[in-house]
Write a protein that binds this ligand. Structure first.
Ligand SMILES: Cc1ncc(COP(=O)(O)O)c(C=O)c1O
Length: 439
């Protein structure tokens, strides 16, 4: 497969854009260094065309989880085009933002008020600011990944390894004021004792407890309730980050499935099918503290984001999209498992079905095996990685074609492991695993 135009363009990008791309997860090095097509000319449904006219079926992270309905969904795009035709900006506000706030509160009956932003990390930063304003406290306890902002990276000022194990190893806190040291303290998911230890050390000083309700594993019995009770006891605002977990298991935050309500929930890329939009929802006494501080930005008032979100949420609800995502995720997991069993490969599968993660369990060799998987799948016309994010546009024929390719590629991998030739089978270096400075 010849993807040289994108590969050459990325060489130019690395020279002029520090880090090459604007999102770590879209760096070609994260998939297949030197071979990944890197740029697209067109995306529709689950199909992506690169700059050389090659067409791929996307069975990877699908726009980093931002397009639950599939690329260029016709209903969302029609709403956006209508917003464009009627003007996306004016001195007056767009009515869609009130409609969207009401819809979010209807879907999350515990929530009373909503603020909007356009990105997930930015919305999390707003939530933290509001929680700090509401409590008059500085420190936050968190687990998981929540974006690039100072409040979060400050965790690594205390200890280089703090953010390891929180999804993205190796994040450097250069540029974060040292005075923020010890303002963000990590705890571990499903380990109530680790939260207890943080609460004891920072008793009466925590503004917020911040976490994804679910990510790589389901909450153990009573864990979310324990977190809720701990937040109540210590007077911290409980913030659920639903930027990635939302809208996939049910229409709204995944916390609705577990019956534990936060004080604030933050939504972003899952809610608007590829158009920038983010929402900070919360209970009135906390949300009103947004008025004690200054949170305001011009483009948080444009019209495309709310128009796209309204259309996307309505479609996800009326078409029971979460059910489709779950079924599709289950089929892909079954395909991985059956092919692995057939060829004796050691794999593990994590995550909720719509956000499934495949791991080859071969110790130090695992990353090269993953890279070989991506390489061989690319040669068969699939964008594939460790993660499969299901979309409404994935249909049976895509999953069947993918399954046939997985069977062939797992056979190739098993053969390479047997012959100890995984390294030689790669046409370039192994994929990167976390944040790494590009040379
Ligand atoms: C749980 C979670 N929080 C926050 C973010 C940051 O969102 P964004 O990339 O839109 O800034 C992400 C992005 O992947 C995420 O998964």
């Amino acid at each position: 497969m010849n993807c040289h135009t994108g590969i050459d363009l990325y060489k130019r990008a690395r020279n002029i854009i520090p880090g090459g791309t604007h999102l770590l997860s879209k760096r070609p090095e994260m998939f297949l260094p030197g071979q990944w097509p890197a740029y697209y000319s067109r995306s529709r449904g689950v199909e992506i065309t690169d700059l050389d006219g090659n067409r791929f079926i996307d069975m990877s992270i699908c726009g980093v989880g931002a397009c639950i309905l599939g690329y260029a969904d016709p209903d969302v795009d029609a709403a956006v085009k209508s917003a464009i035709d009627n003007g996306t900006m004016s001195t007056l506000n767009c009515p869609e933002e009130v409609e969207l706030a009401e819809l979010l509160c209807e879907l999350h009956p515990w929530a009373d008020m909503v603020r909007f932003a356009r990105g997930g990390g930015e919305a999390m930063s707003i939530a933290v600011r509001i929680a700090r304003a509401a409590t008059g406290r500085d420190r936050v306890a968190f687990c998981g990944y929540h974006g690039w902002h100072d409040w979060y990276l400050a965790a690594n000022l205390a200890d280089d390894g703090n953010l390891d194990g929180q999804l993205l190893p190796g994040l450097e806190p250069a540029g974060i004021p040292r005075c923020l040291r010890a303002t963000a303290v990590p705890f571990n998911y499903n380990q109530p004792e680790s939260l207890e230890a943080v609460v004891q050390e920072h008793d009466g000083k925590l503004a917020a407890i911040i976490m994804e309700p679910v990510r790589h594993s389901e909450p153990e019995d009573g864990f979310l309730r324990h977190v809720r009770e701990t937040a109540d006891k210590t007077g911290a605002v409980l913030i659920f980050d639903e930027v990635t977990s939302g809208w996939r298991m049910n229409t709204g935050g995944i916390h609705l499935s577990y019956g534990i309500n936060p004080d604030m929930a933050v939504f972003a890329k899952g809610m608007s099918n590829g158009y920038p939009m983010a929402a900070i929802t919360g209970i009135r006494p906390v949300m009103e503290s947004a008025q004690k501080t200054f949170i305001s930005s011009t483009y948080w008032t444009e019209r495309i984001g709310p128009a796209a979100a309204l259309a996307a949420i309505r479609k996800m609800r009326s078409h029971n999209v979460p059910e489709h995502l779950n079924r599709t995720g289950d089929c892909v997991r079954k395909a991985w498992r059956q092919a692995a069993d057939e060829y004796g490969l050691r794999i593990s599968i994590k995550g909720i079905p719509p956000l499934s993660i495949l791991s080859f369990e071969y110790g130090k060799m695992s990353q090269e095996i993953h890279t070989l998987f991506t390489q061989e799948m690319l040669n068969r016309g699939f964008l594939s990685s460790k993660a499969f994010y299901a979309t409404y546009a994935h249909r049976e024929e895509h999953v069947n074609a993918y399954e046939n390719a997985v069977i062939e590629v797992f056979k190739t991998i098993a053969g390479a492991i047997d012959k100890n030739s995984v390294h030689e089978s790669l046409h370039g270096p192994a994929a990167h695993t976390g944040f790494k400075r590009l040379a």
